[in-house]
Design a protein. Structure first.
Length: 269
């Protein structure tokens, strides 16, 4: 009997494309049933069991019980990420109202940590909105803009803060945004290796990715190539793990999660 296809929730932001390239365009196109989600939907589908594996925002690891994580694979940034931005019409000390992308979870928690803990801005209010930068800033002092729209933000008239760079400035650590999480009932078997092979293929085919997504996003291919190679990191090395645990600990300290549970890794043969 053939193995039932795994249901995989995938976020088609540019930063995740190299991880999924092998099963989006490569030899593993028929390996999984793919659900194309935004980050918040990915977490919900994994929580309800509609997905077996999901590329979840890391904060959701603390909120969804019974998950394990594929080792040594993630979406992270060692310094500046470019695609998770806090933009403001006012100086930082004058900001009181912030619009946040309703599809985001980890980035919202990171912003609250940066503004509340490191900048001492305790009276800021946060308002979930659709990810329309112009509309967000029309009604609020500042906005959290993530994913593909952030790559096209006009910086000339705004105060722009890169959240990964800010995190690194205050902690000296990288920031991990997403990991492949596996439900406890899921049996990946040898299919676990597909996620690693897919990443390998994606990182070997940056030029085709840049060409395809340059047309889709209206961003120069050279900028996309630089973004993937210079701003993103796809490992869970020791520095990334320390950054992730520090984020978990700080989020729990600030009451953004109920606990700071250490990562449990899925056994990959």
């Amino acid at each position: 009997m053939s193995r039932k296809k795994l249901r995989v929730s995938f976020i088609e932001y540019l930063n995740s494309v190299p991880l999924g390239w092998g099963f989006l365009n490569g030899p593993y196109q028929d390996a999984f049933d793919i659900l194309f989600d935004v980050p918040s939907q990915c977490a919900r589908h994994l929580s309800t069991g509609e997905a077996d594996v999901g590329l979840i925002p890391v904060i959701e690891y603390q909120r969804i019980p019974g998950l394990s994580v594929l080792p040594d694979i993630a979406i992270a940034s060692k310094r500046e990420v470019k695609s998770v931005l806090f933009v403001s019409k006012k100086p930082l000390t004058e900001v009181s109202s912030v619009a946040v992308d309703s599809s985001s979870r980890t980035s919202v928690a990171l912003l609250k940590i940066l503004l509340g803990k490191f900048h001492g801005l305790d009276s800021v209010t946060y308002h979930e909105t659709s990810p329309d930068p112009e509309q967000m800033l029309e009604f609020h002092d500042a906005a959290l803009i993530i994913g593909n729209p952030a790559l096209k933000v006009r910086r000339d008239s705004l105060n722009v803060y890169d959240l990964a760079a800010e995190w690194n400035r205050f902690t000296g650590l990288p920031f991990v945004f997403a990991v492949w999480a596996v439900r406890s009932a899921a049996d990946l078997g040898e299919q676990a290796q597909i996620f690693y092979q897919s990443r390998k293929q994606g990182l070997q085919e940056i030029d085709p990715i840049a060409s395809v997504y340059s047309k889709k996003l209206g961003v120069a291919a050279g900028e996309i190539r630089e973004y993937i190679l210079e701003n993103l990191n796809y490992s869970l090395d020791q520095d990334n793990l320390r950054g992730l645990q520090t984020f978990f600990d700080t989020a729990a300290e600030m009451g953004l999660t109920d606990s700071s549970r250490s990562l449990q890794f899925y056994p990959v043969g």
